[in-house]
Ligand binder design. Structure first.
Ligand code: 0X9
Ligand code: ZN
Length: 421
């Protein structure tokens, strides 16, 4: 009997693992919100709609808008309930948009070139690409790891340096794909590494940047979640931590789990929430790994710049998230660097980014990365960015925007590198 139960459990787990969430006929919608947030909140709760943007502490933000997903079997009911509201369609058929997003591309190991940025890729190919980049610049780059994920995958990044030699300068640390579904962040952070390394020999400006700092770029901080977006649910956000006792919901939000100002408003105690803070502060292995790594760099040569890269909304933000009244001691420096960076981004293709402290720019966030890195790690300059777009495509951004995102964001990074002291 016992054995039978175990076999049955394993069988169910295998089925669950192989079943991909279908978004065929599902819609992504934007709903403008005025002063009254209750009517929309009721609809979200009644239909249990997954949300993308525009909620704070589980409630729609007044005088803003909510982006959400309407599963195919709830479209009719949703249309009835929102008949008197204004709604905009982001994706009329999310399944079709996700299919379009998967531009056919075969990566030939060893072929590092710009065509990489024409498509999204599997996790295995991302690891191969980083390895190939290191192989192309063997005297100035290496693969680094920062602990491992819940599922025991190494959190893998690329470390590169210039003429001073390995480890001789303050660090620039960049994190991508903390949130699994934010695929543009994987590609954009890889573009930074690609651009700085491949132009080192020919651009005196880039040589200057790379000679000045040691770069640690982690395109995928959440490998389990990222793999899960490709095998099972394209719109997964959190890590893949097992449900805490009493719940059946998986996953902790790594960006609510940092052990500083943890558990305040702007994070959730519910394991089923997309902003679940975790059982205890800093308990996610992903957080433990990247935290230990950045703190070690801070204790060594110092961290000159940290950027946590997210999507979407086109925002360049500074600490703090936990409080709207607390101000960093270097706030005026950060705001003036941010102002310069958004101007540089806009100068490339006209893409407009807004900047300012997290709490006053979007919403309160407790246990977020940059508050920790600002106050505990004490990195010199700390930002978090939300890449393209502002809601036309949201998380399911066409592959044709990967390269433009990389190019414009590099212009922003360049502005920071040129102006930081
Ligand atoms: O809510 C978040 O975690 C971020 N937005 S997202 O839609 N990408 O999830 C913004 C939070 C601010 N960032 C940090 N505190 N690092
Ligand atoms: Zn995010």
């Amino acid at each position: 009997m016992k054995l039978f139960a175990i076999v049955l459990l394993a069988f169910n787990a295998a089925i669950a693992a192989s079943k991909k969430v279908s978004y065929a006929g599902a819609k992504a919608m934007r709903i403008p919100v005025g002063n009254e947030v209750e009517p929309l909140l009721d609809i979200i709760n009644q239909l249990e709609l997954p949300t993308w943007k525009g909620l704070a502490n589980g409630v729609p933000i007044a005088n803003s808008h909510v982006d959400l997903v309407v599963p195919a079997d709830k479209v009719a009911e949703f249309e009835k309930l929102t008949a008197s509201m204004t709604t905009e369609v982001m994706h009329d058929d999310l399944g079709a948009s996700i299919a379009d997003e998967a531009t056919p591309f075969t990566y030939q190991a060893g072929s590092v070139n710009e065509t990489w940025f024409n498509a999204y890729h599997s996790y295995a190919d991302h690891l191969q690409f980083l390895n190939d980049l290191v192989t192309s610049f063997p005297t100035q780059a290496e693969i680094v790891t920062a602990g491992s994920s819940v599922g025991s995958q190494a959190i893998t990044g690329i470390h590169f340096w210039g003429s001073g030699g390995k480890g001789s300068n303050p660090a620039v640390v960049i994190h991508g794909t903390v949130h699994a579904r934010e695929w543009i962040t994987t590609m954009t952070t890889e573009y930074f590494a690609y651009n700085l390394l491949t132009n080192y020999a020919t651009s005196t400006e880039i040589k200057g940047f790379v000679d000045k700092y040691d770069y640690y770029i982690f395109p995928v901080v959440n490998p389990d979640g990222f793999v899960y977006t490709q095998t099972t649910n394209r719109l997964w956000r959190k890590n893949r931590q097992s449900p805490p006792s009493g719940s059946t919901c998986y996953g902790t939000d790594i960006n609510r789990n940092w052990p500083y100002q943890w558990s305040g408003a702007g994070s959730s105690t519910s394991a089923c929430s997309e902003t679940y803070r975790g059982v205890s502060q800093g308990n996610t292995p992903e957080n433990k790994g990247v935290l230990a790594q950045i703190d070690a760099l801070a204790a060594d040569k110092g961290v000159q710049l940290y950027i946590d890269v997210h999507s979407y909304s086109q925002l360049l933000m500074t600490p703090y998230g936990y409080s709207c009244s607390a101000t960093t001691s270097n706030n005026s420096v950060l705001q003036s660097l941010a102002r310069g960076a958004v101007a540089a981004i806009q100068a490339v293709y006209g893409t407009v980014f807004t900047y300012g402290p997290i709490c006053s720019t979007i919403y309160q966030v407790a246990g977020g990365s940059i508050d920790y890195v600002q106050d505990v790690t004490k990195a010199k300059h700390v930002f978090t960015v939300e890449l393209r777009d502002t809601g036309t495509y949201g998380f399911v951004l066409p592959a044709s925007q990967i390269l433009p995102s990389g190019v414009e964001m590099y212009a922003g990074l360049r502005s920071l590198l040129a102006n930081m002291v």
